[in-house]
Design a protein around this ligand. Sequence first.
Ligand SMILES: [Zn+2]
Length: 408
Amino acid sequence: MKLTQQIRVRPTKQQEDTLWQLSEKCRLIYNFALTEKQLCWELDIKGVNYYSQQNDLPKQKYPDYKIVYSKVLQYVLRTLNADYKSFFALWKKGDKDAKPPKYKGKKYFTTMVYNQSGFKVEQGKIILSQYYDKQPLEFEIPDKFKFAQIYQVSVYQKDNNFYLSITYEKQEKEYVDNGLYQAIDLGVTNIITAVNSKGRVLQIKNKRPDKYWFSKEKKIQSRRDHCKKDSKKGNKLDKNLNKMKRKSANQIRDFQHKLTRKIVDNTKSNTIIVGDLAVKKMAKKDDKKKKGLNRAIQNTGTLGRFVRFLTYKGKLVGKGIKETNEYKTSKNCCCCGKEWDMDLSIRTMKCDCGNEMDRDANSSVNIMTRFLSQNGLWTALSEFQANLRQTGIPIQVLHSQEATSKIF
Ligand SMILES: [Zn+2]
């Protein structure tokens, strides 16, 4: 499996200078190619694409571009091409906020991507090819990282620090069904509600940094709306706003990383079952009464990412992540199967058969039952049902902070 690791590096003054010299050439290429694309668009000239632009790279004509490793320059064009493609895709969908790629300003450090021929690994160091000066662009890899095979290295700058992004191969562990299962219902309030073969239910509250940042963002937003467009103050507020949004997004991401790591490391089950998110029913977007819920739904986009994290982390330790149809799992009573029309705001399943339990726990039991029966795992199913009866389905609820330290 291909994975990516970010490593912060500390270039010497001279190396930093070299990096900037190289980046500057990449930036110019990006801007030239962008101009060309824009002109062709305006004049309706067809045929200018990544390949034609790559063939026109000015290395032969302008020797000062020779300082950059050739594949790095090609990659810059590829990035521009990708930026354009995603812009057009959004634009065609009618996204009014979609903006075409912009020129990169003087202070912009262009991310430089080195393919396998563009770097060497020697004695725990990564050496990037360049022809600007004799000072090698070599960076030490900390001992805690061991890469068997590296495919690609890119160097980028973020918050005035330099980083290497290393794409490498990591061996997967073979998945073997060990007869133990963990079924997970994913949600916004409770990020996971999991039930295992033993009938134990664990519920973990989602971390919602967006709630914390929301009012702060609102305040700045309204202050910014009173500023003139492109005014100094307005731009500054814009910057602050973006910083907050980034921070909030990073916190969610970080929490998901930690939690998925805990799940795959701590569960004894080799099979982890999750609902198919495509059919997950969430409140409608145009429902104005449920503003709070709407914000929560924007968060569900991140549930797909949660499953991706879980899947790749699982693969590395031999856990299989299996998706199962989630259709009506939250509406049917997990004891008798009777269907109830349950609005999203109703958090408890109350059935006339006597079953009364948390909505999400009910869902997770249904997901487990469905998976086991659809796969003909009858012994596992009857054991699971017997365990449920015995335990009476106690639910352990954890808050996000403690969740990342508890065992499944
Ligand atoms: Zn029932």
